[in-house]
Design a protein around this ligand. Sequence first.
Ligand code: NAP
Length: 438
Amino acid sequence: MRHIAIIGSGPAGYYTAEAAQKALGEAVRIDIFDAMPVPFGLIRSGVAPDHQSIKGVSRRYEKVALSDNVRFAGNVTIGRDVSVAEMQELYDAIVLATGAPNDRALDVPGEDLGNVFGSAEFVGWYNGHPQFADLNPDLSGRTAVIIGMGNVALDVARILAKSRAEFVGSDIVTHALDALDHSKIARIVILGRRGPHQIMMTPKELGELGELERAVPRVAETDLPPLEADAVLEPGLRKSVTLLRSFAATPESVRAEKPISLDFVFMSSPKALIGNDKVEGVKIEKTHLVDGRAVGTGTFETIPADLVVSCIGYRTSPIPGVPYDERAGRFANEAGRILPGLYCVGWARRGPSGTIGTNRPDGYSVVEKIREDIEAGALGPVRKTGRAGFDALAAERDLEVVTFRDWKRIEEAEEKAAREGAPREKFVDIEAMIRARE
Ligand code: NAP
């Protein structure tokens, strides 16, 4: 029997478990660990609360979780409660599927001003992640500036723009719903350092901005390249740019009906955040493109801002004893291999890109590496104790391990506590989650 530990129960973790079951069958036991008492990582705390159909993928992971040779062990932080070296004594293979939960820094003066947040914090707030549930962003100002032109920027813009009624059916946590209900934000600037042809927004997600009840996207006609230039774009991007064109063509009479504007500001690189204690503006430098890169033109402007959310990407949390690529912000690895018996997958392997489904081939490919390494004798003889060894260590350390059955009780309590029309009301603190399983 071989024992595999997967660290992280988000998409990358569960696809890896599924792949290991298929490739190694009854000859393997798989333990999936999570620092949180609840599973599914990004599905629970990253995917937007109004994108419930995407969250539905967790049902597929649940099928894996409930199989005999797979076990969930929540509320265990590898690298703190148990070291990676200790895990290596217990398991033949360890796969780090820990994602990229930390914000990349903007690295500009003023980043520490009040009401400036990274998207991990802001998304964590409205999704009820215990670490960020108390963020308490001030939404009493008029203008929010969102930095970045990717899908996360779109999520944040949409959440800030939606009315209470538009959240029906979502699992946005009540503290965020109530705060957003009292929001005074009327202008949401989406700031890009490059142009319309360089956006990272996908068409379905961008299209949603055009269907909001009380907000309208605004794109200046003069910012768009000539129509013929779209011909060379790959089809997805071309669709997105076509949407920008339709936003630019929206008549002023239609725009005037909606009180919130979502203003696309291109070719503007953030250089400083300005304010005393709290942010008051974003100083930008206008840019032009040189070989696809944004280069400053020497022209500066300041955009007023009462709230800033930077949505410019994420970094993996380092774990003591695991080689880390500082520049890329992920584990140092060669196609998923870090050290003998130690692997990584998903965002922890390749950085924060791609959709949830991208993690599936990733999971299958890392399991292929494990299988090759077992066959080549690189993982040593069959002698590891796996979950029996882990359970002994957990008992010795008094760790309060949360099982999948416990999670089902927590889930039931969350479903019972749901607002009318909502699928659940999430617990936003770890103690409450742990208590709810009793
Ligand atoms: P992303 O797609 O990489 O976009 C990051 C944006 O930040 C880019 O526009 C980038 O501009 C900009 N940026 C980076 N550094 C900057 C800086 N220093 N100053 C100004 N702008 C900067 O990342 P993301 O939006 O965080 O999304 C992460 C992944 O999750 C993506 O693959 C995304 O598609 C996926 N996701 C999918 C969904 C969905 O399908 N519904 C929802 C959310 C996220 P440059 O291009 O100029 O670098």
